[in-house]
Design a protein. Structure first.
Ligand code: F6R
Ligand code: ZN
Length: 191
């Protein structure tokens, strides 16, 4: 017997703004939320002391049914840097090791960083239209290296869970920084 939550629903995405309607939850992440992630702790502290700064927004809609669930998330990363390091998401690995995810770059440019707990590392170049499959067991982070908003859609099972701890402790193997006006990947000294 179908319950109310088992019926199809749709939301309307706006390609210009990268927002959709209706949205259930909007979460903002500021530099203070990424204090453990950005490498230049002095600049992080200065930004926080000056009132903090928005790095990205997550617009989120869980589609829960009586049998299973899917989540839709749109992330909007503002252009900018903290020190030499480009704005980026915190990055996480799914708690369940059988849970993949799809990311779809709508607008902007940058990189999807992927990393296993054993230290395999990949960086996928992103332009509008790039769709990436994040296999289970790969931590993931998106970096905005462009000069406008980077917007991407994510779809995953709610049961995947989010583990931020491995990234908080060591980060990703590479930092994505601006050097001489260009994007550069440098070794993370804490790895
Ligand atoms: C969900 C997912 C995305 C991110 C979002 C923000 O599994 O990968 O919806 O949650 O892009 O990034 P984090 O969660 O790393 O702050
Ligand atoms: Zn994820």
């Amino acid at each position: 017997m179908l319950q109310e939550i088992d019926y199809p629903i749709s939301v309307q995405f706006d390609f210009e703004s990268g927002t959709f309607d209706p949205v259930k939850v909007r979460t903002d992440r500021c530099v203070s939320d990424l204090a453990l992630m950005f490498a230049d702790k002095k600049v992080v502290q200065e930004i926080i002391n000056n009132g903090d700064r928005l790095v990205y927004e997550i617009w989120y809609h869980p589609f829960e049914t009586s049998k299973s669930d899917m989540a839709l998330g749109v992330t909007r990363i503002l252009p900018g840097k903290v020190g030499a390091e480009y704005h980026m998401t915190k990055g996480h690995i799914h708690e369940r090791d059988d849970q993949p995810e799809i990311y779809f770059c709508i607008q902007g440019e940058g990189y999807l960083l992927l990393q296993t707990l054993d230290g395999d590392f990949r960086a996928e170049r992103w332009t509008p239209g790039t769709i990436s499959h994040i296999p289970p067991m790969w931590a993931h982070r998106v970096v905005n290296t462009g000069n406008k908003m980077l917007i991407f859609v994510a779809s995953y099972h709610l049961s995947a869970g989010h583990d931020y701890q491995p990234i908080e402790e060591k980060g990703f193997k590479k930092l994505v920084v601006e050097t001489d006006g260009k994007v550069a990947f440098i070794d993370n000294p804490h790895w």
